[in-house]
Design a protein around this ligand. Structure first.
Ligand code: SF4
Length: 64
């Protein structure tokens, strides 16, 4: 499972980083970045899905 953030849609709430701090950080502008390249470790998948579901801008995409 891979995670992406759509820069153009992200508004920098950082709710994703609160839900999954191992997966999401922020860039110099406060927008979310994905900290893990490639496939997520299995133990972080549930947190990443929670972050996707809670993103108010629908800026997070999960690829199976
Ligand atoms: S919750 Fe969504 S809009 Fe907010 S920082 Fe995270 S990816 Fe961006």
């Amino acid at each position: 499972m891979k995670v992406r953030v759509n820069d153009g849609a992200c508004h920098g709430h950082q709710m994703c980083a609160i839900a999954a701090p191992e997966v999401f950080g922020s860039d110099d502008y406060g927008n979310a970045v994905v900290l893990i390249e490639g496939d997520l470790p299995a133990d972080l998948e549930a947190k990443a899905r929670r972050a996707e579901g809670n993103c108010p801008e629908r800026a997070i995409t999960i690829e199976e």
